[in-house]
Design a protein around this ligand. Sequence first.
Ligand SMILES: O=C(O)CCC(=O)C(=O)O
Length: 439
Amino acid sequence: MPKRRRVSDAFEDGEGLELQQRAIAASWEQNNNCLGAAAIAAGEDPGMCMAETVAEYRARKARVKKLVREGVAVSCQHFKELARPESICKPEHYSFRDSQLRIGFANLSKICAELQSTTVPVVSWPSPGCLESARAAVRQEGAVLLQGVRRQEKELLEQGKKYLTWKASQADASFTEYVHETKHRHHLRLQPSENPAVAALFDTLVQVAAGSILPFVSPLGAVVEFAAFLTNPGACGQPFHTDIKDSEQKALAPIYTTFLFLTDVDDESHGPLQIAPRSHALSRVREATRTAALILCEGAPGREVSSLSKWKLLPAKSGDIAIYDGSVLHRGTANNSTRTRIVVYLSVLGVGTVPEGSTYAIHDSLLTPPQRLGKLWQGAGKQKCSVQLDDIAFAVGCFSFVSLLALLTRWVFINSHFATQTATVFINNDKQETASSMF
Ligand SMILES: O=C(O)CCC(=O)C(=O)O
């Protein structure tokens, strides 16, 4: 009789990992304290599902949002200066302006055709000017895939993968977060102190985020998400969505997510991340692009449309990193393979009014006090950071500039973690309109 494998045996080899993932997926379906338990029992899609009760979930979300609003959000009032042409640091704001709601049919067909052949830029790392290219891609297209950026760190990637697999097998309410298309997916809040590999992954993500998107969020940009996604075999594709809601509010702080792959995503069956280029809030063609994207999805944002496979970030090897703007349309696609896709990610919120909609998948300990990118980068592993010297000078410059500004004003309270709280004013004077959400 063949030996029955136990979940705890599963770390030994690749097959074990796969077996374990299947076991996790099965137990997740049957045993968690799930809002959709009745739906599951009836064999239906559970919809919103998590390992905590509704009351616990609401209380935790209220707490996290309060901490983000009061602890992380920073007034732009004193950083107006940063927007001056001579300044080295120009933090961005979302602006849901767009004049393109009446696009006209001919134009729309043209945009659809163009969009179908558009891909998310891929930047090889290292390569001359890779940082500038990455920033330009995020600004113009809403996302970038950095190929090669951390592929050398094989041991860390392997340790991270094993630890997260183990953690998923113990999923409970204290670290399980909501995720779209829950079935066969895990979304786990992390904290650096829980495991050395998680701490090292946090540092890696901080270094890459600081090296690339710091100019968009300023050194005051704060970590508002640090979590992992495990997408098991059998997971369905998510609908296209944005991580933040459209808003009439002015000077909304942007969110950027740095997404590190711990497993290879070689082809479409492995559940790649898919992103609609130019659909982010800072895109000049946002509304037209979103309309076109919906048309191209044949009216169903979760539908698999072969002509849009160019939007899938492929291939992504373990150690590659995607960076995307939280306002861009994106989704996790179906995992039709036998391989679990494992990703760890960090999201950073810039300065301005806190946007609604983000899951804010973060452990409380990272919000008390808030972890600011400038300070984190100054501390952890700056010496290891593979960014160019001018970026170091840039960040240090920004940091000193902001510090000086902060010291000169009575309004700003500095504590040892560089936390500030004041009223909200905005930097850019762009007219802002609400654009209705398509998806
Ligand atoms: O798993 C992915 O590729 C994307 C996940 C995502 O966007 C989400 O769950 O909100």
